[in-house]
Design a binder for this molecule. Structure first.
Ligand code: SF4
Length: 578
């Protein structure tokens, strides 16, 4: 028997699923729903093997209580009644000692769904517990996009199939969002469309591309500026579109005069002829679709990078064409009333809100991270695993297509700023909530390379990117048998020339480190990355590393401009042979 559902995982696709039910307790194959025009019958391998996760012997099926002291990994089963009583009594004790803000419900998207994920906010609001500002994933990307368009919505991603050029920028969609590749490949097969991948290493998406543009981490803004420089230089800027739909095209053109391909090449490491080639492709292909991902925004300059890449679509006038324009997320097209689920009627805006990405500083008692309020003495952690990093849509048998019509999706009735124009010159201070970004940061007033990333230096000469693994989804699936077997073990992808200089051979154990920590990992020689850049894929369990500390021991939790976020791919490190 087949049941219909939706994928509950933290992935932009939200695939419509057909789930085979073998008996009352057992699922079999999971397939993509053919009738859903976005999923189009395709899901990723991880979820196709979902029975391995659902029926995994390590799944929690009852409450467990730590024996003796915390952190000893020894647990014993207790009843639900005892577990609920114990939690409630401890929370009340904490509240009596420090007030309700001492309790912090901390959650994310291990299992999504409006009730399963967001219902915890009802408890927080009614009890006036500390709120959580969710910054761990999308904040720089979303704010960079909104800075240009005024609204977090792009063109219908299914339009990729009607494009002549699909630029997949800063996302390994073949591993993390299979549907983007499905629609891009459809365009290739049916229209002869070309596919470009812009990324920091030759990943699964780059291998499928007609052109792979390998950038140094954190330099995408420079590449975007050079592309726009060339569009203006070569007469490919859509001046009618710019005059009608954007705020300050003359100022942008003047600003870009010095952002030449040679300037960008020195910053990005991309050869000048490749920048020229990509600019010509964009400039001569009206139906160019920019699929802008999250990966390239996980830098200290991530919001500026997103805004710069997004600006290329505006200079080219790609938005006006079917199959053209830009997409990163369509979060703004949904209109859920979450009052009941989240208890928004009980929300007191005066209750403090803590930054999710700063959990370490919060628990360490950093006064600034605590908003000068009481310490956090009780955490309720749900759907996330901060120690290494169900939906209501079950039984759905028809699809509600929320995608706005063409003119609205392409902003041809005006962008979502008061002026109706795309902002090349964003008002970064208007983005909310203020107070979570770094103090005194001066973001670029026009698209630019913003040199605030952790540049390599003589002590820390390598740049580390902690990219997603093909068979994992953040830390989810890292215990599924097939996924962990296919990913084998944690490894650091090093350019062969860097490895030779370090006297490291393929498969050798190496130490990676910086001022934040150190991990031991296997070296994997790989020539699909620029020299000086190291890629570690996947969030493996901490115990998979020799020192018992996972890769996020090396990443920083300092907040990202303009309004917070985590720069997971922006790390300078040293490497030493073991
Ligand atoms: S691509 Fe995989 S993880 Fe993402 S929504 Fe689809 S089935 Fe879920």
């Amino acid at each position: 028997m087949i049941h219909y559902s939706a994928c509950p995982h933290d992935c932009p696709s939200t695939c419509a699923l057909e789930v085979e039910k073998l008996d009352d307790y057992t699922i079999g194959q999971v397939r993509g729903a053919a009738a859903n025009s976005y999923t189009a019958g395709v899901v990723c391998g991880k979820v196709a093997r979902y029975h391995e996760r659902v029926h995994h012997p390590d799944r929690l099926t009852q409450p467990l209580k730590a024996r003796n002291s915390k952190g000893n990994s020894k647990f014993e089963p207790i009843t639900w009644d005892d577990a609920l009583d114990e939690v409630a009594e401890n929370f009340l004790r904490a509240e009596q000692a420090h007030g309700p803000e001492t309790i912090w419900p901390y959650y994310y998207a291990g299992t999504m769904g409006l009730v399963m994920r967001d219902g915890i906010n009802r408890l927080a609001h009614v009890k006036r517990y500390s709120g959580m500002y969710s910054t761990i994933c999308v904040t720089p990307a979303w704010n960079g996009f909104i800075a240009g368009t005024g609204r977090l919505a792009g063109v219908d991603p299914r339009e990729m199939a009607q494009s002549d050029l699909v630029i997949i920028w800063g996302t390994n969609a073949a591993s993390t969002q299979i549907n983007a590749i499905t629609h891009a490949l459809k365009a290739r097969h049916e229209r002869g469309a070309r596919i470009v991948s812009v990324d920091t290493y030759r990943n699964a998406t780059a291998k499928q591309a007609d052109l792979f543009v390998c950038v140094r981490p954190g330099t995408d803004g420079a590449l975007a500026c050079a592309l726009m420089h060339l569009l203006f230089r070569d007469g490919h800027a859509d001046r009618d579109y710019l005059a009608q739909y954007t705020d300050c095209p003359e100022a942008l053109e003047a600003h870009l005069a010095t952002r030449t391909p040679a300037w960008a090449s020195a910053i990005t490491g991309v050869p000048v002829d490749v920048i020229e080639q990509l600019a010509t492709m964009v400039g001569t292909t009206p139906r160019t679709f920019f699929r802008l991902g999250y990966g390239f925004t996980r830098q200290r300059n991530g919001a500026a990078n997103m805004h710069a890449a997004l600006s290329v679509a505006a200079v080219a006038g790609a938005w006006r064409h079917q199959g053209g324009g830009a997409f990163s997320s369509n979060h703004a097209i949904y209109h859920w009333d979450k009052t009941l689920i989240e208890g928004l009627d009980a929300l007191d805006p005066g209750v403090r809100v803590l930054d999710q990405s700063r959990i370490g500083a919060v628990l360490a008692g950093d006064p600034q991270a605590l908003g000068d309020g009481p310490p956090v003495t009780a955490l309720l952690i749900q759907n996330t695993n901060p120690m290494s990093v169900a939906p209501d849509l079950n039984q759905v048998e028809h699809w509600i297509d929320c995608q706005p019509e063409f003119r609205k999706a392409h902003y041809l009735n005006g962008f979502a700023h008061a002026t109706g124009r795309f902002h090349f010159s964003p008002d970064w201070d208007a983005l909310t909530p203020q107070g979570f970004g770094p103090a005194d940061s001066m973001m670029p007033s026009l698209p630019d390379h913003w040199p605030v990333i952790e540049e390599a230096d003589t002590q820390l000469p390598y740049r580390l990117v902690t990219a997603p693994a093909h068979h994992f989804l953040n830390s989810t699936f890292n215990q599924s048998p097939t996924s962990s077997r296919r990913e084998r073990s944690p490894s650091a992808m090093l350019h062969p020339e860097d490895a030779r200089k370090l006297e490291v051979a393929d498969g050798d154990e190496i130490h990676l480190g910086n001022e934040r920590g150190q991990v031991t990992i296997q070296a994997q020689l790989f020539d699909g990355v620029q020299r000086g850049v190291v890629i570690v894929e996947g969030i493996w369990p901490n115990y998979a590393f020799a020192d018992g500390k996972g890769i996020n021991a090396l990443t920083g939790a300092d907040p990202v401009a303009p309004v917070g976020g985590a720069a997971f791919h922006d790390n300078r490190i040293w490497i030493r042979p073991v």
